[in-house]
Write a protein that binds this ligand. Structure first.
Ligand code: HEM
Length: 471
């Protein structure tokens, strides 16, 4: 049936991390739906990885997968107007929580919100957030160094905790962020457990106005999140006077072109979007990076050499980030192999065409970083973990449309610089003093329900590391 092994494979310098078994040909619809319920990464056939444009039907819905740089550009950049709407699955899963929030809105509301919200988390604001990131990461390092040598941690949970603390402290300010982090994280996790991205009503092509049942448990967890966000917004006035830098401060001060500020509901929605979009994505990236480093001694050693060379005995500042190109490349390569958002979906709001083929209104159009970033027509040895490909010209035919872990076009992730800086600083600070080893006997497999994770847990052991002597 399948002709590729799914197990991780290490030979010399080349580490080939795990991926689900692939069928050689297209999977039958019922089996595909069954697999999708368990793991979105398991639905793709071997052929899909190198196919330029995949066109198929599930139940009553036409689906098209754009899997070549020029086709991706046409879909997400050139044809943005017709293809800017998120899929009904995504909108239905998230609208009870974030209403008209940036992540799932489109048209005029999206355009107005994007102008107001993106600048608040934009790269130019990241130097102001970096001290909060550094302080929070140093706290995590201290916790790890307090463990006995070889102490066990769940690296996935640890990274989720770290990035949640960082995003809470940056959204709500240092004091409120610390105070409310646990409650915010628990309330959001509760919501995620309730939602189901496979929305059969939409796949069957039934009309949008058809009422959808929102489970009472979903309503309950939404209420919990809204209550805590309202409490934070109410208390914000106090911390604001202490001069804290925060996203919430930016949202409260933001005005549209006519000088109209965001409503309280809009502020709550956008704060929820930023928490949701900016927390698990970075956590999973870091968890995967630890796993990949633990399996690749050469990469790990090159990484720590760079960190030791640039930082020596001191803690990093924001200015160091640009001097850590290999650390950045490790993050980039992790995002290539395990893009946290592996499927970017859109629904055609009007008829258009892609690559000369007609696209009917209502067609679901997908860009799948999981496929594109492992397409052998675009990448040499696509399944091998090789950070060098991001710093050295190794012959990969690179276009910005062939590497899209943060999406591309007008809807590109506005937290890109935030997430990259946070990831580079986390690796630099933690890997400088600590080595994480995979717990013996653990079999790690990627699984995707909402984001790509190394299963539910990533058991690793913590070891103190001696820095390499500086010349
Ligand atoms: C490694 C970390 C991250 C990854 C891989 C990532 C990835 C993405 C992707 C793929 C999208 C677009 C989804 C689509 O087109 O369907 C997106 C959107 C978004 N991200 Fe990120 N993200 C990361 C970190 C962050 C952070 C740290 C923040 C906030 C501080 C953030 C805020 C947002 C927002 C607000 C959107 C919605 C943009 C819009 O629809 O206009 N992200 N992200």
């Amino acid at each position: 049936m399948s002709n590729e092994p799914s197990i991780a494979n290490y030979s010399g310098e080349d580490f080939r991390p795990p991926f689900p078994t692939r069928d050689p040909g297209r999977v039958k619809v019922l089996r595909l739906l069954k697999q999708a319920r368990k793991n979105y990464l398991a639905i793709w056939s071997l052929k899909d990885f190198d196919t330029r444009l995949i066109d198929f039907k599930i139940l009553n819905r036409q689906l098209m997968v754009c899997n070549a740089p020029d086709v991706v550009k046409e879909a997400f950049q050139t044809n943005h107007e017709a293809l800017q709407r998120k899929t009904p699955q995504m909108r239905n899963a998230l609208s009870p929580l974030i209403g008209d929030g940036l992540f799932i809105s489109d048209g005029d509301i999206w355009a107005a919100r994007r102008k107001m919200v993106a600048p608040i988390i934009h790269g130019s604001r990241v130097p102001g957030f970096a001290p909060i990131m550094i302080e929070t990461i140093e706290e995590k390092k201290k916790e790890w160094l307090d463990l006995p040598e070889g102490g066990e941690i769940d690296a996935l949970a640890e990274m989720a905790h770290l990035t949640a603390e960082i995003i809470c402290r940056t959204i709500f300010g240092q004091d409120l962020g610390r105070q409310f982090a646990t409650e915010v994280v628990e309330a959001f996790s509760d919501y995620q457990r309730q939602i189901d991205q496979i929305d059969l009503v939409s796949l069957l092509g039934l009309p949008e106005w058809l009422p959808r049942f929102v489970k009472p448990s979903i309503r309950k967890s939404v209420k919990r999140i809204h209550t805590v966000l309202d409490q934070i917004i109410d208390q914000y006035a106090v911390s604001k006077s202490k001069g804290n830098v925060s996203v919430l401060g930016g949202l409260l001060e933001a005005c549209d072109e006519d000088g109209v500020p965001l409503s309280r509901e809009a502020i709550r929605n956008e704060a929820a979007v930023i928490f949701m979009a900016g927390h698990e994505t970075t956590a999973n990236t870091l968890a995967w990076a630890w796993y990949l480093l633990s399996q690749s001694p050469q990469v790990s050693s090159r990484l720590t050499q760079e960190i030791d060379h640039i930082l020596g005995d001191r803690s990093p500042t924001f200015a160091d980030v640009r001097n850590l190109p290999y650390t950045k490349a490790v993050v980039e390569e992790t995002l290539r192999l395990y893009p946290p958002v592996p499927i970017l979906g859109r629904e055609a709001i009007e008829a258009t065409s892609i690559d000369g083929r007609p696209v009917g209104k209502g067609t679901l159009l997908l860009v799948v970083p999981w496929l594109l970033q492992r397409n052998s027509k675009l990448w040499n040895d696509p399944h091998i973990f090789r950070p060098e490909r991001h710093v050295e010209a190794d012959g990969d035919k690179r276009s910005k449309y062939s590497y899209v872990p943060f999406s591309i076009g007008p809807r590109i992730c506005p937290g890109l610089a935030f997430g990259m800086t946070e990831s580079v600083l986390s690796l630099a600070i933690l890997a400088r003093d600590v080595e994480l080893r995979l717990k013996q006997g653990e079999d790690v497999q990627p699984i995707c329900r909402l984001t790509v994770r190394p299963g539910d847990h990533l058991p690793m052991t913590v070891h103190r590391r001696q820095r390499t002597a500086q010349a």
